[in-house]
Design a binder for this molecule. Sequence first.
Ligand code: X8Z
Ligand code: ZN
Length: 608
Amino acid sequence: MSLTSLQTRLRTFYLPLAGAAAVPLAGCAGEARPPAAEFTAAAEETILEHYYDGSRAAWVQSTYINEDTTALAARASAEALTRAIDFAQEAATYDAASEADEVARKLNLLRGGLTVAAPADEAKIEELSQITTRMEAAYGSGRHCPDGPDTDTCRTLDDLEDVIDNSRDAGALLDAWEGWRTISPPMKADYARFVELSNEGARGLGYDDTGAMWRSGYDMAPNDFAAETDRLWEQVKPLYDDLHCHVRAELAEEYGPDVVDPEGPIPAHVLGNMWAQTWSNVFDLTAPEAADPGYDLTEILRERQTSEREMVEIAEGFFTSLGMEQLPDTFWQRSQFLRPRDRDVVCHASAWQLDLDEDVRIKMCIQINAEDFSTIHHELGHTYYQLGYRELPPLFRDSANDGFHEALGDTISLSVTPGYLVDIGLLDEEPPAEADLSLLMRMALDKIAFLPFGLLVDRWRWGVFSGDTPPEEYNAAWWRLREQYQGVTAPSARTEEDFDPGAKYHVPGNTPYTRYFLAHILQFQFHRDLCAAIGYEGPLHRCSIYGNEEAGSRLRDMMAMGLSRPWPDALEAIGGSREMDATAILDYFAPLADWLREQNAGRSCGWS
Ligand code: X8Z
Ligand code: ZN
C-alpha cells in the first residue's frame, strides 16, 4: 500500500512493525520499566529495523497479486501488527501528559496512530491480517464476468470505468455500474469480522471503537473533530446544493425524467464516475453554453503523444521549480506507472516510502488524460512530503494530519492553470477571460462535487464501528448516507445481499477517508495563502505558484515539520492561520456561484 493508501498500511502495519523483542515490556513483577524517552527511542529503532521488510512484502503483493504474495504479505502484516500492539499497549502504560512534549507525542502516536488495532492474541492477529490482505487482493483482482470466471467477457475496473466515464447510454451505464458491484458481496462476511476484531483491538487500547481511534488523530478530542467536519461541511453545503441543482436539471434533460427524476436524488450511474464522487466527465452536459474553456488537456496530451513517464516528469518539474529536489533514480526504476499485461495488481493510485527514507515510489495504472495528470501531481505531493520529513525521528515521518498529506499534491494541481500550461509549452496561448466560467465549472464538478462523498464514507464506517449499523443494515445505511449527503441514489434496487461500500477501494483497503474531505478544504486554503504570500492579487483560479521560491520555501518548511508538531503549527507555516477554513474554497468559486444561482432561478432545488 501507500502512504496515502501507503499511509494507511505503513502506519497500520509496518510502522510499528518494530521488533517487540528489542524493547523490554512492562508488566512482569519486579521488572523495571525504562523511562518513557528510552522506550520511545528503542521503539523507533526497531520500527526502522523492520519497516523495509514489511513494506516490500506489501509492495510485491500489490504489484503482483497471487496466493503466494498474498500469504507472504499476510504473514508480514501479522508480524507487524504483533509488534504494533505490543508497542501500543506499552505506550498506554505511561502517563503521556507528564512527559516532555516530544516524548508525549511519540507515546500518543504509538498508542493511537494505527488504522487497525488487533486483540493481543496470536490467532486473532493472524486472522485479522489474513482478512485485510484478502480484501485488498479481492479488490485489486476484481472483475465482472457475466459468463463466468476466466471467460472473454470478464471486464476489469478500467474497462468498466471507461464506460461510466464516457458513455451516454443509460443501459450501458447501468450495466457497468452494476457489474463492478458484483465484486464486493463476497467481501461482506470478511468485513463484518474485520470490524469485530479491529474493534476488540481498539478497545484493548482504551478507545471506544476503531472509529474513535481514527478520530483521535487530530490534536483535539475525537468528538470535537466530528463537530469540526460538520462545521466545515455547513460552510460549503449551499454551494454544493446549487451545483447539484444545476447538474440534475441538465442530466434530466439529457436522459429524460424516467432515468433522472428532476426533483429527486441523482442516480449514481449518470455522473461520469464509478462512485459518483467527481463529476467532470459530465462537463459537456452541464457547461455554460456561451463559454468555451478554450482547451482540453486530455486532447493536448494525446496529440503530443505524451507518454505516461513524461506526464510524471512534467509533474516533477513543477515541484523542482519550487526549489525541491529531483526524484531519486530508484523512484524511476521501481515505480509502477502502467497496468501490467499479465498479472493482477492493485491499480488504485498510491505513493510509498518503503524504507521511511529515500526509497519512494508511486504505483499507478496511468492513462493519458487530464484526470490522471492531476492524480500524478496528487501522488507526487505524497512523495515530496515523504522526502521532506525523512530526516525526522521515525514516528514523526508523516504529515501534520492525514488531510495535509492528501492536500499537498492537489495544491500544486490548483496551480496547473492555463497560464502555467503556456509557460511549459503545452498550450500556445491563454484562453480569453470569458473561458474562466467554464474552467471553474470543470473544477467545481470535481472539487465541490467531491465534498459530501469525502464526508460520508467515514460517516458510514463510524456507524459500522460503533455498532449503530449492524451487518444486516450495511448496504441500506450506505445508501441512506449517499442520499442524505450527496443527493445521489442507487440506479437499481439494492439489498443486503449487495455490499456496495466494498466496491470503493478504501473500504476493503481500510484507508480512512475523512482525510480527503479535509484535503479538499485545505488545498484551497493553502492555495489562497500561498498566492497571497507571493503578492498575487487577481482571481484565485488564475494564480499559479509555479517557479516561485517563496511559495516553495513555505511548503518545504511545512513538510519538514512532518508530524512533529500539532497540525495548527504546520498550517501556520503556510499562511499564518491556525484554523481550517472553507471560505477559501468559496472565494475560489465565487464567480461560478453567482452563475449557478442565476441558472437555478425558477428551478426547484433539493431532493428530499
Ligand atoms: O485515493 C485517492 C488517491 C490516493 S491517496 C488517488 N484519492 C481518493 C479517491 O480516489 O477516492 C484522491 C481523491 C480521493
Ligand atoms: Zn492520496
